[in-house]
Ligand binder design. Sequence first.
Ligand SMILES: [Zn+2]
Length: 96
Amino acid sequence: MLQIVFDLRAEGDEQPDAFLDSTELELMFAGTRRSAGDALRRKFATVICGEHGSAPKFTISGVYDRATEQMDLRYHVDTCCKAFLLRVMQILNQRA
Ligand SMILES: [Zn+2]
C-alpha cells in the first residue's frame, strides 16, 4: 500500500505585509498535499517491487519561507531495496 507522509511548515517571522496570511498559508498547504498526493497516487497506484511486493513510501517535506515567500518541496522515498528505489526514481522523474 502506497504511503505518503507530508511534513509542511512555515519558517520565519510573519511579515506585516505578508503575501499569504496564516489562513491562506494553510490553504496553500492543503492544496499542495492534494496536488502532490494525487500526482503520486496516479503514478504509483499499481507500482510495487517485483521481488518483495512492497509499495514505496514517500515523505514530502515543504518549508515555506516567510521572508522570501517561497516554498521548497523535497521528496524522500523509502523502498524495500535498491533496485526498486531506482525504478521508483525513474517513474518519479517521468512527466505526468
Ligand atoms: Zn524490493
